[in-house]
Design a protein around this ligand. Structure first.
Ligand code: F6P
Length: 506
């Protein structure tokens, strides 16, 4: 049945963006939607404008047929119902329960964990661990990318605690954090779902050593552990009272909402963290309760599938026209590529076509002066997302912000319109797609909704492709070989052997 929907999709005409706008005066009404966070007139909104993509009524209907064939409604129900949606690991994926939306027991457990986390955050703010000016948050992948992004996005106007996120095993990263912190007023957050990740545990040991060398008598007493493996954190030396657990059913790259968000709450204060969760919950409810292409993450997934599977696009680009969201592309790279970069379906059979495109991007307007040449005139068709905020994040004259937003909107218009020229080097083909997400402001609530939108978009894409977005076995082999290298005694290929010898590792 899904094949017949794809047949239909392949058979549809491919009008240009200009033709689509000319042929449908109501195009904006269908494809640009105001998402409201709150119910009154003054509600904060996010505009999701997918009108500059090639989706039209025919595509939307055929993609809705595909969604039905792939049992989108059933998969979504299973997700929110806390059923096993990660069959290869036999797990549910209950990140929405962290936001209060999901199976009752899971929501209750998440609320209990949050209650404890709030109490600890507030106690530390009140001085329970002595003076805390700096927090070094140590984690990697999903245990670092979300916290780094959220702190950078939301805590620019004076954080309650100065947060440094360290992920890389390269000691330069840890040393950089040490330079910015006073050991006497620094606490550590060790963030790892498994509490076994080599980078995180090595960095944590170094941080303990640094505190000890700098006169902190009980360095483990300065640690808060954020983990789904509390017993491992205890074995490592963290007192039970300073372990903030979360459920095994929360995936690493979906864990920002759990205790992994501790540095965000430390920087912003609990009320803002609660608003961040509420913003995500509003998007959860929209995703759970809205059918067809009015469902914003599903509609975005329709466009993603269109470009990947019908137009052969191997990448998709995200440009945040906002310094506060500069780390968003990094975050989305893990979310989308670790989730959907797969070659087999959930049942183990080979996929029917390309899966996740390569997500890349940057910040506007910087990227205009670096990579936009390729977007406008290169041979690759790259669907682009622009993300911006109507309210500026600074107090400088409004010229800055007006110029920033004008450039953002100009790029979408230029990609679509193109420009003829007698000189081929100066011609722009146009008809290049983009979507725009325009926030009223970057606030904890809009930011929460924005991240939840992308989580659900990723899930919706996985359902349409029939794959499991919640495992990540592709990261294991490299880790295993690194361990064998560390251990010694294994013979590798000649190239690897030569590199090891040159670096003095063998
Ligand atoms: O190696 C990939 C990965 O497992 C990610 O999925 C995860 O976010 C990251 O490592 C960190 O894992 P942990 O939180 O268990 O340290």
């Amino acid at each position: 049945m899904s094949e017949s929907a794809w047949e239909k999709l392949r058979g549809l005409a491919k009008p240009s963006l200009a033709e689509l706008f000319a042929g449908d005066p109501a195009r904006l009404d269908t494809l640009a939607t105001r998402f409201e966070l709150g119910e009154d007139e003054a509600a904060t909104t996010i505009r999701f404008d997918w009108s500059k993509t090639h989706l039209d009524a025919g595509h939307l209907a055929a993609f809705e047929e595909l969604a039905e064939a792939m049992d989108f409604a059933g998969r979504r129900k299973a997700l929110f119902g806390g059923e096993i949606v990660n069959p290869t690991e036999g797990r549910a994926a209950e990140h929405t329960a962290q936001r209060g939306v999901g199976k009752d027991e899971s929501v209750a457990l998440a609320a209990e964990n949050h209650h404890r986390m709030a109490a600890i955050v507030e106690a530390i703010h009140r001085g329970a661990m002595g003076e805390v000016k700096h927090l070094i948050h140590i984690g990697i992948g999903g245990s670092a990318l979300g916290p780094a992004l959220a702190v950078d996005a939301l805590a620019r106007d004076g954080a309650m605690v100065d947060v440094h996120v360290v992920s890389n095993i390269d000691g330069c990263a840890m040393e950089e954090a040490f330079k910015g912190c006073d050991p006497a007023t620094t606490m550590l957050a060790v963030a790892s779902k498994t509490f076994t990740t080599i980078e995180t545990m090595t960095n944590a040991e170094s941080a303990i050593e640094w505190l000890r060398e700098n006169g902190v008598e009980d360095p483990y007493g300065r640690v808060v552990a954020l983990t789904a493996s509390p017993e491992k954190a205890m074995e490592w030396g963290v007192d039970e009272t300073r372990i903030l657990p979360f459920s095994e059913s929360v995936g690493g790259r979906y864990s920002l909402w759990s205790s992994i968000g501790f540095p965000v709450a430390m920087a912003l204060g609990w009320p803002d963290f609660a608003e961040f969760l509420a913003g995500a919950a509003a998007m959860d409810e929209h995703f759970r309760d809205t059918d067809g292409s009015a469902n914003l993450p599903l509609r975005a997934a329709f466009a993603d599938q269109y470009y990947t599977r019908l137009r052969g696009c191997q990448t998709r680009a995200v440009f945040a026209y906002d310094e506060r969201l500069a780390l968003l592309p990094d975050y989305l790279q893990q979310l989308e590529m670790e989730s959907n970069g797969k070659s087999v379906k959930a049942d183990g059979s080979p996929v029917d076509g390309p899966t996740a495109p390569i997500t890349w991007g940057g910040v506007g307007t910087d990227a205009q002066h670096a990579v936009f040449q390729l977007l406008h005139q290169g041979t690759n068709l790259v669907p682009v997302d622009f993300i911006a905020s109507i309210a500026p994040g600074h107090d400088l004259s409004l010229d800055h912000h007006r110029i920033l937003l004008s450039n953002c909107f100009a790029q979408g218009a230029a990609l679509m319109a193109g420009k003829d020229s007698e000189d081929p080097a100066r011609a722009y083909p146009g008809d290049r797609p983009s979507a725009t997400i325009l926030l009223d402001e970057v606030s904890p609530a809009t930011f929460g909704a924005l991240i939840a939108f992308h989580e659900h978009r990723t899930f919706a894409n996985a359902v349409l492709m029939g794959i499991n977005p919640f495992d990540q076995f592709g990261v294991e082999l490299g880790k295993e070989i690194a361990k064998q290298i560390e251990k010694g005694g294994t013979k590798f290929d000649p190239s690897t052997e030569a590199l090891l010898e040159l670096a003095g590792i063998s």
